[in-house]
Write a protein that binds this ligand. Sequence first.
Ligand SMILES: Cc1cc2nc3c(=O)[nH]c(=O)nc-3n(C[C@H](O)[C@H](O)[C@H](O)COP(=O)(O)O)c2cc1C
Length: 338
Amino acid sequence: MKPNALYEGLVRPLLFSLDPETAHHLALRVLRVASRLPFALAAFHRFRPPEKPKTLFGLTFPNPIGLAAGFDKNGVAIPAWAALGFGFVEIGTVTAKAQPGNPRPRIFRYPEQEALINRLGFNNDGAEIVAARLRKLRENGRWPQIPVGINIGKSKITPIENAADDYLHSFRLLHEFADYIVLNVSSPNTPGLRSLQEHDALEQLLRAIRDENQTTRKPILLKIAPDVSLSDLDQIIATCEANEIAGIIATNTTLDHSAIPASLDQAGGLSGRPLREKSTELIRAITARSRLPVIASGGIVDAASAREKLEAGAQLLQVYTGYIYRGPGLLREIAENL
Ligand SMILES: Cc1cc2nc3c(=O)[nH]c(=O)nc-3n(C[C@H](O)[C@H](O)[C@H](O)COP(=O)(O)O)c2cc1C
């Protein structure tokens, strides 16, 4: 049986018979256990795409397709992601303090649209516990060969005017494990977070991280929303360039739910196929204005949407919702058709 047929014929129907978050935890638990079992990791190698090495930020990526933030928020299954053939993995969003996130249900599937809406609200173990987990992984010799990015965000209880301190706390605890760090200022599910994309707040945050990073010298990326206006974008790019930001991740989920029938709509961020165009347009706008490298995230669900992102000027790709719908065969399908 081909990997895609196995997933779409058997695994996906099983997972989709469960509530989305239960399915997510089940899948993650399997991958977490597999991460400790060499024979399981070896079995995953059948999904690996051909090597297409790419160098960016001084890092070598075995292929350009990464796992987007939010799938493995706590970094529990990193060896499994590498074995499945991802060219890189981004864990997080991690916040300074552990937090439960919003009440359930908080993830919703839209199979007809190949989309999801989520309002998780940064449920995660907190920077300290994640750092301890990553240290153990490294000490046990199970650290993978692929670049690992760590995406950080603001704890819900921290007032927005103290956001920089919250990010700094996580940065200090986590930077030693990260090949790159992402400042997430674009999730729609933490009240006020997106206001950090506005000029003064962004300048304050980026400067604080830049100063802290003088000795650590990690590539720092900014993850932005697809809903920013072009004048916002001009300011964001200028602030990034003035503060040694290494690249932009475009984009996070959208608040534009026009693709979803009103009767089925839910509060939260929309991802998957309906986000594709909006996200690609923002990539085009960034690459027309700046030489900052872009990592594309948003609606990559097949080879055509992946190619579209590269043609728009993106250097690397990330998948999330597409992986839920298409499964581990998606990486090969994309890599073989780039
Ligand atoms: C359930 C879910 C949780 C997510 N959690 C995070 C997160 O914690 N941090 C983040 O930066 N992005 C998060 N995202 C956004 C994804 O990383 C990605 O940017 C977005 O879904 C668009 O890509 P896609 O269309 O391939 O899903 C999440 C997305 C989903 C669907």
